[in-house]
Design a protein around this ligand. Structure first.
Ligand code: E4P
Length: 218
């Protein structure tokens, strides 16, 4: 399972990429708005210069024609841009056309197996089921990931399951067990994943034993 960072923050992307474990980035209009950038294009191009991995960039239009125009522009901003489009009827139409033009699409705001099947059939490269937002309303987000992953595998769909709306490290573990191909996570969750109290106390003990030994390094 690969890891994407779910952020539009340049510092977070830089440090995630430095760790060598990040295969790409996903953004959305809320994350972009948080950065307060005056130009969407400039921000996306900065992100695309930091990572060579796929960078999902969402359209901010709802009608099929307008979505298509915007998607084609966004796809021209950098070679590693993947256009992000919501799973609606208009979004599916736009995705079918874009995929036939060779433009890669991440179908987002997916909350059901049926939406995921339609996204795969429309030619999406990634389908993003939102785990946390389903959990928030008392549903089982991870059961959806497992269902979709099983069905995509059974019918040999090319679309990849990208578990999104991840809130904590347990979600990452569960997504891996459920068969997600990728998971996109906030920077905070990436940092949480590196931590274990036994790692910290282990380092402390090794170093204090070493210091008291009086040995030299070489
Ligand atoms: C996915 O691509 C979305 O950007 C994201 O995961 C949404 O997460 P949220 O529910 O925490 O806003």
């Amino acid at each position: 399972m690969k890891i994407f960072l779910d952020t539009a923050n340049i510092d977070e992307i830089r440090s995630g990429v430095k760790m060598g474990v990040i295969s790409g980035v996903t953004t959305n209009p809320s994350l972009v708005a948080k950065e307060g950038a005056s130009s969407y294009q400039e921000l996306v191009q900065n992100i695309c210069n930091i990572t060579h991995g796929d960078v999902s960039v969402e359209v901010i239009e709802e009608k099929q024609e307008a979505m298509l125009n915007q998607a084609r522009q966004v796809a021209g901003w950098a070679p590693n841009v993947v256009v992000k489009i919501p799973v609606t009827a208009a979004g599916l139409e736009a995705t079918s056309i874009l995929s036939s033009e060779g433009i890669r699409v991440n179908m987002t705001l997916c909350f059901s197996v049926n939406q995921a099947i339609l996204a795969a059939l429309a030619g999406a490269t990634y389908v993003s089921p939102f785990v946390g937002r389903l959990d928030d309303i008392g549903d089982d987000g991870m059961a959806l990931i497992a269902d979709i992953a099983g069905i995509f595998d059974k019918y040999k769909y090319h679309a990849r399951v990208l578990a999104a709306s991840i809130r904590h490290p347990q979600h990452v573990l569960q997504a891996a067990r459920a068969g997600a191909h990728l998971v996109t996570l906030p920077y905070k969750v990436l940092v949480q994943m590196t931590k274990h109290p036994l790692t910290d106390s282990g380092i402390e003990r090794f170093l204090s034993d070493w210091r008291s030994s009086g040995s030299v390094f070489s």
